[in-house]
Design a protein around this ligand. Structure first.
Ligand SMILES: Cc1cc2nc3c(=O)[nH]c(=O)nc-3n(C[C@H](O)[C@H](O)[C@H](O)COP(=O)(O)O)c2cc1C
Length: 342
């Protein structure tokens, strides 16, 4: 039951489990959901679950920490909607690396922009289909830029054909290289859920329909990938996808360490939630950020020196695609991980 006081201030009756639920709606690389949660006294800890690492595509764990940053941002927004002030203390060098969110009472009205971001969390999805590349209104591009406000994280927006063009050879080259690497393809296939039964059983990973494939038995899905997901076909498909995009967004961090990766995740999540509010779809094109030789070409092109381009998104307009699953709260809330000392 929501009290009149709460209704007047826009405060939502969310408990700790609700806050964790919103955190788990965050995106994560290959939908690994590399997080575990523990509850303390007015505190929720987010722990890295390193059993869910992607050793081939993410050997330094940057994507894992970006995913944790996305979950942290969702949790912080949901806490503010519950009338709380989230205070974040990171223990990123602990084992397991942990982000602690202390929840102090606010007594402040809820900012309507937080309510709108919370609504967008439920709607947001990575949409991997072709887009209608209508131009994104300048005012909307400005809203996306201002949504990324973490220190040490920069957003480069390419919204014209001339600005998008240099990315095409980088994405092609990196894509060819990744799909020629057997270990990369095997790791990816291990996280594709080819059948309904696999989705129900794991409740993580990327369901075939989320990649435009029908549900099929695993043996057939693997065979289809071997036939059709060749380095050349993938490079062609991704080129088409870029031509069908309204804009590309490149996220760059000043320095490549865990704190910057988490900050990037927070910015990324705010940007994709804002895009969702504006009916703009997004999907990842991270390949050139993941292949070191191609990443250096981008660094040189943009004169980045030490700064690292780590996430590339394409944006556009389309209908939604089938959603990806999340593990239930009982699988991610732990009672046997000792919380860090503040
Ligand atoms: C750090 C990070 C890296 C990602 N890399 C890719 C990628 O290379 N290709 C891709 O299609 N999706 C990528 N994604 C999107 C995830 O696959 C997606 O978030 C996950 O499957 C859950 O689906 P959802 O975003 O629709 O909730 C990435 C997401 C994150 C947070």
């Amino acid at each position: 039951m929501v009290s009149d006081y709460s209704m007047a201030d826009g405060i939502m009756p969310l408990d700790d489990r609700d806050l964790i639920h919103y955190a788990t709606l965050a995106p994560s690389s290959h939908n690994t959901q590399p997080w575990l949660f523990t509850q303390g006294d007015r505190c929720i800890h987010i722990h890295a679950d390193r059993s869910r690492r992607l050793l081939v595509v993410d050997p330094d764990d940057h994507a894992l920490f970006i995913s944790l940053g996305c979950a942290l941002e969702n949790l912080a927004i949901a806490a503010r909607c519950a009338g709380l002030v989230p205070r974040i203390v990171d223990h990123l060098m602990d084992d397991p690396p942990t982000l602690s969110v202390y929840l102090d009472q606010a007594g402040q009205p809820v900012d309507p922009s937080d309510r709108a971001l919370l609504t967008a969390m439920v709607e947001r999805q990575s949409t991997r289909c072709a887009y209608n590349p209508y131009p994104i209104p300048v005012a909307h591009l400005e809203r996306l830029k201002t949504a990324s406000h973490e220190d040490g994280v920069h957003l480069h927006v390419a919204a014209t054909p001339e600005a998008i063009a240099p990315f095409i050879p980088w994405v092609q080259q990196a894509n060819r290289q990744q799909f020629s690497d057997r270990a990369f393809v095997e790791e990816l296939m291990a996280w594709i859920r080819f059948s309904r039964r696999e989705v129900r059983h794991h409740q993580d990973g990327i369901p075939g329909p989320g990649m435009g494939m029908p549900f099929v038995p695993r043996w057939l899905g693997q065979q289809l990938m071997a036939w059709f997901a060749t380095p050349e076909s993938q490079a062609n498909q991704v080129t088409q996808r870029i031509h069908q995009s309204s804009a590309l967004l490149l996220f760059v961090v000043d320095s490549s360490d865990r704190a910057h990766w988490v900050a990037l995740g927070r910015s990324l999540e705010r940007v994709v939630l804002t895009a969702t509010q504006l009916n703009i779809r997004h999907a990842h094109l991270n390949m050139p950020c993941e292949v070191p030789a191609v990443r250096s070409q981008m660094q040189q092109h943009f004169n980045l020196e030490q700064a690292q381009p780590l996430i590339l998104l394409r944006l556009g307009y389309s209908n939604p695609m089938p959603r990806s699953p999340r593990r239930p709260l009982n699988a991610v809330i732990q009672t046997n991980v000792s919380p860090p000392q503040e």
